[in-house]
Design a protein around this ligand. Structure first.
Ligand SMILES: Cc1ncc(COP(=O)(O)O)c(C=O)c1O
Length: 341
């Protein structure tokens, strides 16, 4: 067992996720990009396939975080996010699977609804389908304030709520996400490769924090490259450092701030607003690899990776892994971008 796997074995999981998630070459996307210039061999880690309720990166975090919750005897999960949040959809799915009630603070005002579909389809529809109770609240920039207030109200009514923070990003969520590196290290070893980089989109920062901590131990030659999708690269970087440091402490491992790279410039005009590069990335992934990306997270992540490839950051002999962090249901809320009829 690797040192990272040993360190992680001290933390228990509920067993929500189907692991390991698949790891595949993206041969057609690689060939397409190589036609226009030098392109590393591209691989994809399918974190959109983690399991219940259409999967995604948050379920891997919830697998560990909810073990801690259940051991406290809670009966209700409380979380929140924007109308099309993948995070709250995964919390709602996990609650359904575990037989817990779910209350969600749905933030209005961070993203201007781009179409009538936005409020009704995709994740918004799934939250209701999974049986969550939705509470509409105005966005005031505080990601966790309304979630905590909702939990207090439920506690006063005699419930035993557990607060799942915005994006499931906290030190334990970051510890959980380090487990992705155990899988990627084994899957790369089976292919006989050592990736130069792992590229993914980063927002509430727990995903990147876990990857950075894990890679330091199990893939030291691999750079973790987070593509900022929040249009707040400095805030994202600070949060990756903070969760990463705390997660490394929980794992009894060292942490180096120099390992944290957050790339700015690919978030489009604002959070939740896709630009032409996002649409191009989503179309390419669909037509060449049958991958369904979304316009808020994974589409912008791939757009960032395409820009780095075109800027010749890597050579044709390198291997680069893209993490598909999920989010496909949100695509249906942005149908107008792809199907104007
Ligand atoms: C599909 C998808 N990818 C990536 C992320 C970013 O992960 P993190 O918030 O841990 O940075 C999210 C977060 O909501 C997401 O929904």
């Amino acid at each position: 067992m690797s040192r990272l796997a040993e360190a992680l074995a001290r933390f228990e999981r509920v067993g929500l996720c189907i692991l390991p998630t698949p790891f595949e070459p993206m041969k057609r996307l690689t060939a397409h990009l190589a036609d226009a210039g030098s392109c590393p061999r591209l691989w994809v880690k399918r974190e959109d396939c983690t399991g219940p309720g259409f999967g995604g990166n948050k379920l891997r975090k919830l697998d560990y975080v909810l073990h801690a919750a259940l051991s406290q005897g809670v009966d209700t999960l409380v979380s929140g996010g924007v109308v099309q949040s993948n995070s709250q959809r995964q919390v709602a799915a996990a609650a359904a699977k575990l037989g817990l009630d779910c209350h969600l603070a749905v933030y209005h005002g961070r993203v201007a609804p781009p179409s009538p579909d936005y409020e009704l389809s995709g994740n918004a529809l799934l939250n209701r389908l999974f049986g969550a109770t939705l509470h509409d609240v105005p966005w005031d920039g505080d990601r966790n304030g309304a979630i905590r207030a909702l939990a207090e109200t439920l506690r006063a009514r005699g419930r035993k709520p557990y607060v799942v923070p915005y994006g499931v990003s906290d030190p334990l969520g970051a510890v959980a996400y380090a487990s992705t590196i155990v899988e990627i290290a084994a899957q790369c070893a089976a292919q006989g490769i050592v990736p130069k980089a792992i590229v993914h989109c980063t927002g509430s920062a727990g995903t990147q924090a876990g990857l950075v901590v894990g890679a330091r131990l199990a893939l030291p030659g691999t750079r973790i490259v987070g593509i900022d999708i929040d249009a707040e690269p400095e805030r994202v970087r600070r949060d990756v450092v903070s969760y990463g440091r705390a997660a490394a402490e929980l794992l009894g491992q060292p942490f180096d701030e120099a390992d944290v790279e957050v790339v700015a410039g690919h978030a489009g005009p604002a959070y939740g607003v896709p630009h032409a590069a996002t649409v191009e990335a989503i179309r390419l992934a669909a037509r060449l690899e049958a991958l369904v990306l979304d316009p808020v997270y994974s589409g912008k992540g791939l757009a960032g990776l395409l820009a780095l490839i075109r800027a010749e950051r890597w050579s044709a002999d390198d291997d680069v892994v893209f993490i598909h962090t999920g989010g496909a249901p949100a695509l249906f809320a942005y149908r107008h971008l792809f199907d104007p009829h």
